[in-house]
Design a protein around this ligand. Structure first.
Ligand SMILES: [Zn+2]
Length: 97
């Protein structure tokens, strides 16, 4: 049922731009539905960025990323508006620790 994967294929982390092998990456579907695979290309996060993302509730994160046009906007512009919005809604990251 699952297409076989080439473990040595590498993908680019959508958050930090690092190349990671696909088997080490986490699939990220900005539409929040990883099970509907028809006509889709998934984006990937490296493990550490994926772990970072999980500090926030998933539901809100999906909405946030869609709102910010993740993957469609210039990465620097995306990251700065992402940080801005996260700070606005959740407080500065430093307060988390
Ligand atoms: Zn990353």
């Amino acid at each position: 049922m699952w297409p076989s994967r080439n473990a040595s294929e590498s993908v680019t982390c959508l958050a930090c731009g690092k190349q990671v092998s696909r088997s080490m990456a986490r699939e990220y579907d900005k539409h929040g539905d990883r099970w509907d695979r028809t006509d889709k290309r998934f984006e990937y996060c490296c493990k550490s960025c994926h772990d970072d993302l999980c500090h926030y509730p998933r539901d809100e994160l999906e909405a946030l990323l869609i709102e910010l046009d993740a993957g469609e906007t210039d990465r620097d512009a995306f990251l700065s508006s992402y940080l801005e919005i996260v700070e606005e809604r959740y407080g500065t990251l430093e307060e988390e620790y």
